[in-house]
Design a protein around this ligand. Structure first.
Ligand code: ATP
Length: 560
């Protein structure tokens, strides 16, 4: 397929949103041959591989400007001036490069972008510039625009993975839910698209769990009383300690162990002690287990979440592992010795899990009791909370208690102290904007505009203005932590009266404590009769760097 055809579609997608975008995308996807579909869907999302493959573009703008100047045979200072005016590497590339006649294929561009992303070591900067400028020399103006944006990781067409799934469903007449389910089991948009185009409905139905490929994690519902949990799940139930650490999926394939975070990032290098424990203390040739990682103190006590987050680093990992050792508390088994267990009941999965796990200082089973009434769950809850634990997760033991990948379903229910007091609750919100501070806060951001995620539309809807709970240091670092956007991102919905001073790319998630949800004329979340939903008295609690923006609290959850 010609890369030019893809670029012309991109320029059209930029002008569309909602259903019009979905149907234009579907019409286009129908024209893409099987050999190119994988590259096309990755690139449409501004990437060149699945999220968990860790092959990231994102060349620095300055380096891209160098390459553009080289390709165009122009003075770098002049091109740089042009960039300052336009603020978009793509537009600069389009205006100064692009003398070729349109022979580039999707394959050429995809391959070269891969080469740029994977070139490393000494002299790699020059190599990357050489590859990039070589590609630009072969491009037409419109191709140069999108190659430029792709190379710096700023394609931003407003197309999310969900839009592509919907587009595939429309184009190939396969049920949306079926495709979404397959994507939860195999969160690689390239594989999903290739399967839809190459093998159709049957292919999608047979997508299964594979060791080394993360599965979207199952999530919890919440209730207002323990009795309600029992009514929902029946008896008996398993009540487990809810550890306040980091969720991990451990993939063991003979000697190879890979750890994936809740965001499906590869975090293997961060926890060498867990890799070792999985190699030696899981008696299985291959398996996928899930656990919560906790930092453990000198006396064996469990440390707060923040302590564990300080393990997130690139250097000095072995030293940190000694200073703040981590331990995995396991509660799930998705796959064992060549067989997927996600359709089995929790009882079966747990029995297998406990039979293969030999506890040591780095790995153990999560604390658990099987209960037949609320009193029994409450006893575990009190024990956990008494030791500053987060609460409990109550799990169905019914024969139909399968592992529901990526679903916030009714097999798991969480119970935390704030629910039992019926007072406050926490929400994980995506930051979509910022307001400049005044008075003591002038010169920095004074408040953030936060949003819930609408899974149906793939958009972030404003839900509260967050100005309290920040420490001085936290306020100071806000502008560094957040990525500005020149204009309102296409996937963000805000009412005019709540337009922020600065738009933020929705990538960061913040945990917020609030008193209640009310109807408000200022926010766009869950709009009904001209009024949205808003949080009253929100307070900043902490950053949730373990979550992607799309894993924020959903519109559906707050509308219940
Ligand atoms: P929260 O902020 O309440 O943790 P969340 O949106 O991160 O919410 P939920 O699915 O609502 O996630 O709550 C379950 C989370 O609790 C899991 O994602 C996991 O990280 C953590 N957890 C700790 N202990 C357990 C356990 N025994 N079983 C399942 N999940 C557990």
């Amino acid at each position: 397929m010609k890369f030019g055809a893809l670029c012309h579609s991109y320029s059209r997608f930029e002008t569309l949103s909602g259903n019009a975008l979905r149907s234009a995308l579907a019409d286009f996807l129908k024209t893409v041959p099987t050999v190119d579909i994988k590259a096309v869907v990755y690139m449409t999302l501004g990437a060149i591989a699945s999220d968990y493959d860790e092959i990231n573009l994102g060349m620095a703008d300055k380096m891209a400007i160098k390459a553009i100047a080289l390709a165009a045979g122009k003075d770098e200072a002049k091109v740089s001036k042009e960039y300052k005016k336009k603020g978009d590497v793509g537009l600069v590339a389009e205006s100064v490069c692009g003398t070729a006649d349109g022979t580039l294929s999707v394959f050429d561009v995809f391959e070269t972008l891969h080469l740029i992303a994977t070139t490393s070591g000494t002299g790699s900067q020059e190599e990357k510039i050489r590859h990039f400028s070589g590609l630009l020399k072969k491009a037409t103006p419109i191709e140069a625009r999108y190659i430029g944006r792709l190379a710096v990781g700023k394609l931003r067409l407003g197309v999310a993975a969900k839009t592509v799934l919907d587009g595939l469903s429309l184009a190939y007449g396969i049920g949306k839910e079926k495709i979404e389910h397959a994507f939860n089991i195999c969160p690689d948009i390239g594989i999903i698209a290739e399967t839809v185009v190459g093998k159709g409905d049957d292919g999608i139905s047979s997508i299964g769990v594979v060791v080394g490929r993360p599965v979207q994690m199952m999530l919890c519902q919440r209730v207002e009383s323990l009795q309600e949990a029992i009514d929902k799940l029946g008896i008996p139930v398993a009540a487990e300690q809810k550890y306040d650490g980091e969720r991990v999926q451990i993939h063991k394939d003979r000697k190879k162990v890979t750890l994936y975070s809740r965001r499906l990032e590869n975090i293997t290098s961060q926890f060498p002690e867990l890799v070792k424990a999985a190699s030696t203390n899981l008696n299985a040739a291959s398996c996928i287990i899930e656990a919560e990682i906790m930092a453990v103190g000198k006396k064996g006590q469990l440390e707060p979440f923040q302590k564990l987050m300080s393990r997130r680093r690139k250097h000095g990992i072995e030293q940190m592992a000694k200073e703040i050792p981590a331990k995995a508390f396991c509660f799930e088994l998705l796959y064992l010795n060549g067989k997927s267990l996600i359709k089995e009941s929790y009882n079966t999965r747990y029995e297998n899990l406990s039979s293969i796990l030999r506890p040591n200082t780095s790995i153990n089973l999560a604390q658990r009791v099987v209960c037949t009434d609320a009193k029994c769950i409450d006893a575990l809850f009190k024990r956990v909370v008494g030791k500053c634990g987060e609460g409990v997760v109550i799990k169905s033991l019914r024969p139909d208690s399968d592992y529901q990948a990526g679903v916030r379903g009714w097999h798991w229910i969480k119970w935390k102290p704030e629910y039992s007091k019926g007072m406050q609750d926490t929400f994980d919100l995506a930051v979509i904007g910022a307001f400049r501070g005044r008075g003591r806060r002038s010169g920095r951001y004074g408040a953030l505009l936060c949003a819930v995620y609408n899974k149906k539309t793939g958009k972030f809807e404003s839900f509260c203005k967050l100005g309290s709970g920040f420490s001085d240091a936290e306020l100071k670092s806000l502008s560094k932590k957040l990525t500005k956007s020149d204009s309102q991102p296409k996937n963000v919905v805000v009412l005019k009266q709540m337009t922020p001073d600065v738009w933020i790319q929705p990538t960061k998630v913040v945990e917020v404590l609030a008193a209640e949800i009310t109807r408000s004329p200022f926010h766009a979340a869950g709009m009904k009769d001209g009024k949205g939903l808003a949080l009253r008295f929100p307070r900043f609690l902490r950053w949730r760097d373990d979550k992607k923006a799309e894993q924020a609290t959903t519109t559906k959850e707050i509308s219940r």
